[in-house]
Design a protein around this ligand. Structure first.
Ligand code: GAL
Length: 991
């Protein structure tokens, strides 16, 4: 028997008995019954033989109960195994099409009543919207069929097996099967019946399938219907009440396109939908139709004649408790969040989502690249040998997948491109999928990134190409060869529209350089933007040994092979909190560009087709962040692609304070995804009078000192600061280290371009090798005058001859206490530095510092290559809010260019720090955290950080950029921090 099971699970066929052709997921008034709910469940460690559980009389009273839909590894507190996370690796031997005998197998059973009024149904169909990975179905003991294709829908005709009254359905699900070789996406392996199970009554003379292709051309809409129905279903009527359309076709042969004047087009910006019904006497199907025409003209990708720029996200279905189980409310809120952050496109990486998601995309407005459930990345390990993509034995499985993908979702206006899958190498099976799609749907192009040379995809697509390389792709003049292409193939690729199906890997703190990518899109029309990798972290809610909840990643479930926190690379954290990277993204892709030209503001509408009639333009003037004036700009509606010039509002310029004008483009009325007043785009103009900065009058009469003295609010012992305003303080010490970000730990990317890195070695590794995380200090000299203290210290690491000399000058003058720190590196440093800062430690005390108020850049953290979302203003935050809870603790919280900072305790200011610009006008940024960079670097999860009420205040003259080297390019040379001398000047006073 075991060998039967083995032959079954390793069968290359995509199952047997599911209905073909696949159909659309339709909204129909034919009766249906959800079989979601509690099922009896039993888990076996390996696949049992069929005999023992399908029959009707079977006693499953000893079984557990499990909800459907669900993944069994996320149920039962670990009783049913645990999730496994791998990126590229197969979690089983690469032995296609075989899988191990240890093959967790879930048996599901439930009873259902066949409703009395279904007796008129011609057929009864059982639909599964998603089961991972291979399953077999029995009804009342009859074997109905089997299927694989985890994120695809399968329907079975169960008519001969059902009977009025009580029925039993049994489903056996194997975690591993031949299909697992085709489902090696970078995500958790999560077996089970994880989407809906539905029993459907198919009426005689019903509408079996429907495809309403709705095109748009200059104010005219055209519906081209494809109606699949028995001849007895006719006459069939199409109604679009809002458009005054009622069309009756007496026979299938009469069905013809319907031309409609005066329709509004559908776009991601104005997702205009019309309700359309198609009815036979027995059934009415309701569709929401959006009129749009997709077209590739030369190297341009157009919808309704206008070029599309994808400001997109790769979206996985993931939830910390439900895994890939769909929750409509959560999905709607997630999509609304995308809209609020100026996202206009989704790639459904790397499989079709729950079908309802596409209804939401139609309704809220997104350009969707709908991807088939296919990835064979693990074959990379063996040089792609045996890759199913180029083995004709797998052709049927490939075609089955793409057919199910296209057929299910073909009606959605939001879908503007089909994607064959992800990282499945290349080969004739992919070419066959493409040919099938081209034959079936002439209205949408085919995408596949792995087709580097452009043999069968209609667009040129890449992932993680650097900014310079992306720019090369945008130009014609260059002879630079493209990845994997001969010059001739490269020339062919340059004839096509280009998109980045993945870029800006958003793992941990990052990505940097979003603005550089976006700038290219506006320079080279061939470049159509791209899709950030990725929208959400995939953390799974787990509990630390002490009960603290946390978001688990690879390795947290003791997986044999795993890829650690590579699954935590989203713009949104596992708990739905948008990262600073997402705020940066929103600012970079904002649909309105503001430029300042003399006394004018030039506004440009960067949208696809919508004008700005839905927006209002607000302005405000602030003096040192305090509001002094505000109003609204009179802006006429600006057409897409157009500009308007309006005069600057009146700006009263302050003598002693900074004067900033802020412009916001806001929604004039609420939408389905944001309230009236929601800010879509922002810009600032600095109108400050430049104030002279006083130099330092050199002190004379220095004499050696033991360094024990008091200068105003500062008390020193042996040359070290011990108290400020009566509050214990240690430091400041030179801090060159930051807790490495995931990008700092990354080794990918071309090193010539990065400037910063060394091939194959992460910057973090270089920093640790140079000892930046373990610097030691030797006090060289201490001197004082009546009103000043000067110390010189040499800072270096064990076994290193490189050092930094730090001269600190504390002085008291008419304006109070000033600290000037000159930081001077020796020769011999070879790496970039994470930061150049000084850190004060404010230990636990009676009234610990718990917050900050500042005037500078905010409100979110910013770094040199991720600073577009930051604006100049006054902000406040608690210590906790100043740090981002990245799934793996790392550098966080840097606020750039601070002018004034107040540390607070329970709402009371305890210490004030003002910065002075250096000779080039630069000001330091600050970080206030409960932990030192060294402590943060030790923790793999937030719960591992020691409990602390101490505060670490770091003032950084400079920070290294972020880049996206976790999977992509390193920090661009202009934002890489090379060792250099810096000066930090602070004025410190009591609260
Ligand atoms: C890509 C892949 C994604 C993801 C990403 C890195 O190669 O398509 O699924 O693995 O890299 O996070």
């Amino acid at each position: 028997m075991a060998s039967d099971v083995s032959a079954y699970v390793s069968d290359l066929a995509p199952g047997r008995g599911a209905l073909r052709p696949a159909r659309s997921w339709l909204h129909s008034d034919a009766p249906s019954r959800s079989l979601n709910g509690q099922w009896s469940f039993r888990l076996s460690k390996s696949a049992p033989s069929d005999g023992d559980f399908a029959p009707t009389g079977f006693d499953d009273s000893g079984w557990d109960a499990i909800p459907v839909p669900a993944h069994w590894v996320l149920q039962g507190d670990g009783a049913y195994g645990r999730p496994i996370y791998t990126n590229v690796q197969f979690p089983f031997p690469i032995d296609p099409p075989y899988v191990p005998d240890e093959n967790p197998t879930g048996d599901y059973r439930r009873h259902f009543d066949l409703p009395e009024d279904w007796t008129g149904a011609e057929r009864v169909v059982l639909r599964f919207d998603g089961v991972e990975s291979l399953f077999k179905v029995w009804v009342n003991g009859d074997e109905i069929g089997s299927a694989s294709g985890s994120r695809l829908a399968h329907e079975f005709d169960v008519t001969p097996s059902v009977r009025p009254g009580d029925n039993v359905v049994a489903v056996r699900v194997h975690q591993w099967s031949a299909a697992s070789y085709l489902e090696d996406q970078d995500q958790w392996w999560l077996p089970g019946i994880f989407r809906d199970v539905t029993l459907i009554a198919r009426p005689a003379a019903g509408i079996e399938d429907l495809w309403l292709r709705a095109g748009f051309d200059a104010g005219h809409g055209r519906i081209e219907p494809e109606i699949t129905a028995d001849p007895a279903a006719f006459p069939v009527t199409l109604r679009a009440p809002e458009l005054g359309v009622e069309q009756v076709w007496s026979t299938a042969a009469d069905v013809a396109p319907v031309d409609i004047a005066g329709v509004e087009p559908w776009s991601a910006e104005r997702p205009r939908l019309y309700d359309v019904t198609v009815s036979s006497a027995a059934e009415t199907v309701t569709a929401r139709v959006g009129f749009r025409t997709v077209e590739i003209r030369g190297d341009q990708f157009l919808v309704n004649g206008s070029r599309v720029v994808f400001n997109g996200m790769n979206r996985h279905e993931t939830h910390p408790e439900r895994g890939r189980v769909f929750d409509e409310e959560h999905a709607r809120e997630d999509l609304a969040r995308m809209k609020r952050f100026n996202v206009n496109a989704i790639r459904t990486s790397h499989y079709p989502p729950h079908p309802r998601l596409l209804d939401l995309a139609d309704e809220l407005g997104f350009w969707v690249v709908l991807e088939c459930d296919l990835e064979t990345h693990g074959f990379d390990k063996v040089g792609w040998s045996g890759n199913p993509s180029d083995d004709v034995a797998w052709r049927a499985a490939y075609l089955d997948r793409v057919e199910r993908t296209v057929e299910r979702d073909k009606n959605h206006p939001s879908i503007v491109m089909w994607s064959l899958g992800n990282e499945a190498g290349t080969g004739s099976n992919l070419a066959a999928m493409s040919a099938w799609v081209h034959a079936r749907d002439t209205g949408r192009p085919v995408h596949y990134e792995g087709d580097y040379t452009g043999e069968y995809a209609d667009v040129y697509s890449r992932m993680y190409s650097s900014v310079p390389e992306t720019e090369q792709i945008g130009t014609d003049g260059s002879r630079t060869s493209l990845l994997g292409c001969t010059p001739a193939q490269g020339a062919r690729q340059r004839t096509k529209p280009f998109l980045l199906c993945e870029y800006a890997h958003a793992m941990g703190n990052g990505p940097g350089a979003l603005d550089d990518y976006q700038a290219l899109v506006h320079t080279y029309p061939r470049l159509h933007g791209g899709f950030v990798w990725e929208w959400r972290d995939h953390g799974i809610l787990a509990k630390a040994p002490d009960g603290t909840p946390y978001y688990a990643y690879g390795g947290d479930f003791d997986e044999v092979v795993h890829d650690g926190n590579f699954v935590m690379d989203g713009m949104v954290l596992s708990d739905d909190v948008p990262t600073p990277g997402l705020h940066e993204y929103k600012a970079v892709v904002q649909p309105i560009r503001f430029a300042f030209d003399g006394d004018d503001i030039v506004l440009t509408n960067l949208r696809h087709s919508a004008d700005t009639a839905d927006l209002r333009f607000r302005w405000r003037v602030e003096h040192d962040g305090a509001l002094v004036d505000s109003g609204e700009l009179p802006v006429p509606a600006v057409a897409a692609g157009g500009s308007a010039r309006v005069p600057l509002p009146p700006i009263s310029v302050a003598d002693e304070a900074e004067t900033w004008l802020t412009l916001d483009a806001v929604l004039a009325v609420g939408t389905a995804w944001a309230d009236e007043g929601h800010v879509l785009a922002t810009a600032q103009l600095d109108r400050s009078t430049r104030l002279p900065v006083n130099g330092v009058r050199p002190e004379t009469e220095w004499r050696r000192s033991d360094g024990t003295l008091t200068l105003g609010i500062a008390e020193f012992v042996n040359g070290s600061l011990v108290r400020l305003a009566g509050r214990p303080v240690a430091g400041p010490r030179l801090e060159l280290f930051r807790a490495p970000t995931d990008n700092d730990e990354g080794t990918s990317g071309e090193v010539e371009e990065s400037d910063a890195g060394v091939a194959g070695v992460s910057n973090a590794e270089l920093w640790r090798a140079e000892g930046l995380n373990r610097l030691t200090t030797r006090l060289v000299s201490v001197e004082r005058t009546a009103r000043a203290l000067r110390t010189v210290a040499k800072v270096s690491a064990a076994n290193s001859a490189s050092s930094v000399v730090v001269e600190s000058l504390w002085s008291l003058d008419g304006e109070g206490l000033e600290l000037r720190v000159d930081i001077e590196p020796s020769g011999g440093w070879s790496t970039v530095w994470p930061r150049i800062g000084i850190r004060f430690e404010l230990p636990d005390g009676a009234a610990p510092v718990d917050g900050a108020e500042w005037f500078g850049l905010g409100p979110y953290e910013s770094y040199p290559d991720s600073i577009r979302a930051a604006r100049t203003g006054r902000f406040s935050a608690s210590v906790h809010e100043l740090s981002v809870d990245y799934a793996r603790p790392q550098e966080t919280g840097h606020r750039s260019q601070v002018r004034r900072l107040a540390l607070t305790s329970k709402g009371r200011t305890v210490l004030r720090v003002a910065t002075l610009p250096d000779s080039r006008g630069r000001r330091p940024g600050f970080t206030l955290s409960r932990h030192t960079p060294q402590q943060i670097a030790q923790a793999d999860h937030p719960f591992e950080l020691p409990v602390s009420t101490a505060s670490q205040l770091t003032l950084d003259a400079a920070q290294h950029g972020l880049g996206s080297r976790a999977c992509g390019p390193d920090v661009r040379p202009e934002f890489a921090l090379r060792p250099e001398s810096r000066t930090i000047r602070l004025r410190i006073s009591e609260g």
